[in-house]
Design a protein around this ligand. Structure first.
Ligand SMILES: Nc1ncnc2c1ncn2[C@@H]1O[C@H](COP(=O)(O)OP(=O)(O)OP(=O)(O)O)[C@@H](O)[C@H]1O
Ligand SMILES: [Mg+2]
Length: 296
């Protein structure tokens, strides 16, 4: 699991980063998605590197979920190339698409779990879809995933309506991990959780990345998550990725929305994980941005 696939094509095709030699596990190029006249994504590019936690951020309604769904081929795109694990979905046969899909885990923003199924049954949905395993083995695997995400064993027999919001997120994460994916997509995994629950969830994500070697693509509005667990951040604005990089790259990027977001009142309360100090609002911000951040 999570080891480079024997079947992967040569180095060029896997998208090795020429500078850092990091493997590009997901490459999005020139993506356009429109619903009728409403163009949501316009020539968008994005790279995700193996083993990182990428925070994907942007204003509400800007297209974060749309991009995730387009990457997963749940909604059509009008243009662009998406390579996952170095392979272009549009160029591989159905059998390979099936194999690639197995390497991805997803936690959706809405409808994280099937309400008519227990947690155990929810976790086994992808196993039934992709694998042919005896029930006893699927039960053992489900128990393992439940433990992995920090739920008590008796959560297995509970229905989503019997769980707290935090437990639902963990159960949905367990389902996303059901097939031991290389890359997990999490759409707002901490929304609706209290700050302590959200911080615990963030730590869980970081721990799973460290222990399983996961790559995490996390759509989030949560500044704490961005500052505490994300290695890199990509900002969606004006229908494309405005900037991608580290927190420092965000803080020095001269764009009003980015400045306001990362240096606003809320950001100032969050200690930088490296320095332990709050973000300095005066560091490199534009006047307009600082004025806007004052207004938040
Ligand atoms: N299936 C669809 N059909 C038509 N329009 C859609 C569809 N899905 C999304 N949209 C539109 O695409 C735009 C982006 O929506 P999206 O859900 O990606 O936003 P978002 O960035 O995830 O927002 P939020 O932070 O609130 O979750 C919105 O204008 C939305 O109405
Ligand atoms: Mg969304």
């Amino acid at each position: 699991m999570n080891q480079p696939d024997q079947d992967l094509p040569d180095e060029n095709a896997t998208g090795e980063d020429p500078n850092g030699k990091r493997e590009v596990i997901l490459s999005v190029r020139d993506i356009c998605v429109a619903f009728g006249d409403n163009t949501v994504l316009d020539h968008l590019d994005l790279d995700v590197y193996r083993g990182e936690i990428l925070g994907f951020v942007g204003g509400s309604g800007t297209g974060k979920s749309v991009l995730m769904r387009a990457i997963l081929r749940l909604i059509p795109r009008q243009n662009g190339v998406i390579r996952i694990l170095g392979e272009d979905y549009d160029q591989v046969d159905e059998a390979r698409k099936f194999e690639l899909d197995m390497r991805l885990g997803v936690l959706f923003q809405q409808g994280a779990l099937f309400s008519a199924l227990t947690v155990r049954e929810n976790i086994q949905v992808p196993m039934r879809e992709y694998l042919d395993l005896p029930q006893t083995l699927m039960d053992e695997l489900a128990e393992l995933k439940i433990e992995m995400v920090g739920l008590a064993p008796d959560a297995a027999d509970k229905y989503p309506s019997e769980l707290s919001g935090g437990m639902i997120k963990r159960a949905a994460l367990a389902r996303a991990l059901a097939l031991d994916p290389d890359l997990v997509f999490l759409d707002e995994p901490t929304s609706g959780l209290d700050p302590i629950g959200a911080a615990e969830f963030d730590q869980l994500i970081a721990r799973l990345r460290d222990t399983l070697g996961l790559t995490v693509y996390m759509v989030t509005h949560d500044l704490d998550s961005l500052f505490s667990v994300c290695d890199r951040i990509a900002v969606l604005g004006e229908k494309h990725v405005l900037v991608e990089g580290t927190i420092d790259d965000m803080l020095s990027f001269d764009d009003p929305w980015v400045q306001s977001y990362f240096k606003g009142e809320r950001a100032r309360m969050i200690p930088d994980r490296r320095t332990g100090r709050g973000v300095n609002p005066d560091q490199g911000g534009t006047q307009a941005a600082n004025q806007k951040s004052e207004a938040i």
